[in-house]
Design a protein around this ligand. Structure first.
Ligand code: ATP
Length: 656
């Protein structure tokens, strides 16, 4: 990773970012040339003003003075005008480059697999998109034009100085190499501090994001950990504040030294001129020449100083570019194959086949970032700090090399309801993630209607699948907008029909703003059951061919669960459904039940068969449903049981 930090590697990438704006960059370059060239005219004219207009042998020449004054004024005005155009173009290029960088970063992040997001804190990601890109903004906007304009000023001034007096010029620029070396040292130090500062900024953002999100704030309140969170924030905030001070102060003595030297240098020139005149070795040194030279000299030092400063700033901004490119260099694992095909929903019958599938999450965690893995949160007291991205030192642990799924094969026929049951951590959710390619199998294949999912375009695959998760995620937007996420082209009637089918329409119209009610951050203004029914309505609008249900275990009360169940039934009808089943109703209604244990498919069959076999399923069933009150909602009615399970007519028939 250290190699990435080399400016030589970064420069072509930074230059490439400017390529689309080469026309405007050239225009800026030309403007800089013109203004910098015009900039040396006035100091040179000073010599003429002094020697030919103010103090010629025959007395002042007023006509020439007016002419020279006019030219000098015109040059100043023109230079100012061109400066405005140049500033506009520079800012425009800078802002466009930043926009492109943010877009590219966001697009790339969207393409990264779930593995990246499970291994990286959201705040860290936000910080790179906002703070790091923002951080290079100033450099991109100012530095590039600064380098150009100051280089041109430097060269033109040097030429003018050499023309006036080469002896004085040698003395004036003699100390430049010393400052150059010093600036390189200061630059390297600043760069290191800048990297640390950005990491600390990301940490503050991550803490804010984690602890001030609704879930985070609830957790802190419920465990009474607010003062601890405040302290944690304070500590990181303090660190950031110290780092920023360090960053500002690094090199300040260098800049001060430079300024003192520059302020004193005219004195050196006067002294040297005095000696040259006394020795009679510099006849060309007229008063006009000396005044013009010191004026040029002051013009020379500013660009030298600025260029040295810019080189220091550039070093610091390299740290930011490294962080941005670090994310861009993470390969998007799950992408469309070159020969990927579209599968039209109407062509899809809905067969799902897993063939010798193995999954190892560690294989998805080889995402390594260039630097700055934030430490584990403070609540993980006593545990060794590890990176947030899975790039820990010390190699993968046993848990990481374990197969989350091992040699899993099954065939779900079109229209079947397949229930997956098994103990916690068995691998059920992992199975559900593989179908929409949230992860790819490490080995083996998953196919829909005989087509490997890796050969189906991702957008097409997403169009085929509807996923109802345990925790229904809603955006902070209106109910309507959240529903339209399922199908942006849905009409009002379709929207209401979907909401009616999901048993949520009546509730929505009770809100004062109806469908225009804002659901609040992550939908927290709605109850758990309402959120789930909304998310079911969203999936109904999506019209998927395959349905994946990750059933909630205990998030809903009996009445809400009944509503949710009723909402799901029409959705499941005619669709292949993969259900991570926790509800008895789903298990009993399933065409086939797959029992997963420690990543293996250990049993499969219908409810009664599996029960009769007396294996893991029978044990799980006993533990989960026997001896407690169980409700079962089946098409022909709800049956309440107490202690012993009582089945509805159809189930009793099925069991017999
Ligand atoms: P539950 O019923 O508790 O939700 P599950 O059967 O759905 O469990 P999975 O979530 O599929 O289980 O997890 C299977 C195994 O894979 C577990 O051991 C889990 O710790 C591991 N695992 C899941 N997600 C990841 C991940 N992103 N990185 C590493 N390991 C993971």
């Amino acid at each position: 990773m250290a190699n990435d930090a080399q400016p030589s590697r970064l420069t072509p990438r930074i230059v490439a970012a400017f390529r689309p704006y080469s026309g405007r960059v050239t225009a800026v370059g030309l403007l800089i040339l013109v203004t910098a060239g015009l900039g040396v005219v006035n100091p040179v004219l000073i010599q003429v003003v002094f020697d030919s207009a103010l103090f010629p042998e025959g007395g002042p020449n007023l006509n020439l003075l007016w002419l020279l004054g006019g030219i000098m004024a015109a040059i100043t005005v023109v230079t100012g005008g061109l400066g405005i155009v140049q500033t506009f173009l520079t800012n425009q290029v800078g802002q466009r480059v930043m926009r492109d960088l943010r877009d590219t970063l966001y697009r790339h992040l969207q393409s990264l697999s779930l593995g990246f997001f499970t291994g990286t804190r959201t705040g860290e990601i936000q910080s790179r998109v906002a703070n790091d890109v923002g951080g290079v903004q100033r450099v991109v906007t100012n530095t590039v034009s600064d380098v150009l304009s100051n280089t041109v000023i430097l060269i033109s001034t040097l030429i003018a100085m050499l023309v006036l007096s080469w002896e004085l010029t040698i003395v004036a620029v003699g100390t430049a190499p010393f400052f150059f070396l010093l600036s390189k040292l200061v630059g390297a130090k600043r760069r290191a501090v800048a990297a640390e500062t950005q990491q600390s900024t990301a940490e503050v953002t991550a803490i804010t994001q984690e602890t001030l999100s609704i879930s985070g704030i609830m957790l802190a309140k419920l465990f009474g950990r607010q003062s601890r969170e405040i302290e944690r924030f304070h500590q990181e905030n303090q660190k950031l504040s110290d780092l920023v001070i360090r960053q500002q102060m690094t090199g300040q003595s260098f800049f001060t030294l430079m300024q003192i030297f520059f302020s004193l240098s005219p004195v050196v020139i006067y002294l040297l001129a005095g000696y040259l005149l006394t020795g009679g070795g510099a006849n060309a040194l007229s008063p006009g020449t000396i005044v013009a030279f010191t004026t040029l000299q002051s013009r020379l030092y500013f660009p030298i100083g600025r260029l040295l400063e810019v080189s220091v700033e550039l070093q610091a901004s390299m740290a930011l570019f490294e962080r941005i490119f670090g994310y861009l260099d993470i390969p998007a694992e799950i992408v469309d194959a070159p020969d990927a095909i579209e599968l039209a929903p109407e062509q899809v019958a809905g067969a799902i086949k897993f063939d010798s599938v193995r999954v190892n999450y560690a294989a998805h965690r080889e995402v390594s970032l260039p630097q700055g893995n934030p430490p584990e949160p403070a609540w993980a007291n006593g545990s060794p700090a590890t990176g947030s991205n899975g790039a820990e030192s010390g190699g993968p642990t046993d848990a990481e090399t374990r197969w989350a799924l091992d040699d899993v094969s099954f065939d779900i026929r079109p229209g079947q309801l397949a229930a997956f049951v098994g103990p916690s951590g068995a691998g059920k959710t992992t199975i559900s993630y593989l179908i929409p390619r949230l992860y790819d199998a490490t080995e083996g294949s998953i196919s829909i209607d005989g087509v490997d999912v890796r050969r189906i375009k991702l957008t097409s695959l997403a169009g085929l699948i509807g996923y109802v998760t345990q925790e229904s995620y809603l955006f902070h937007a209106t109910i309507r907008d959240n529903l339209l996420y399922g199908n942006p082209r849905a009409s009002r009637e379709e929207l209401e029909a979907a909401a009616t089918a999901a048993y949520i329409h009546d509730r929505i119209i009770q809100f004062p703003d109806g469908y225009d009610t804002v659901v609040g951050e992550r939908g927290y203004r709605l109850s758990g059951g309402e959120r789930q029914r909304l998310s079911i309505a969203r999936v109904i609008l999506h019209q998927p061919r395959l349905l994946i249900l990750d059933e909630a275990t205990s998030a809903l009360d009996t009445a809400s669960e009944r509503y949710v169940q009723s909402a799901l039934e029409p959705l499941m009808r005619g669709r292949t459904t993969v259900a991570i089943a926790h509800r008895l109703s789903t298990i009993i209604a399933a065409d086939v039940i797959y029992v997963i244990d420690q990543g293996h498919l250990v049993e499969q069959g219908a409810h009664t068969e599996l029960l009769a076999r007396g294996g893991l399923y029978a044990r799980l069933y006993e533990e989960q449903f026997e001896g407690g009150q169980v409700e079962c909602y089946c098409e022909d009615g709800v049956v309440m049981t107490d202690g012993n399970i009582v089945y509805s007519d159809s189930e009793a028939g099925a069991l017999a």
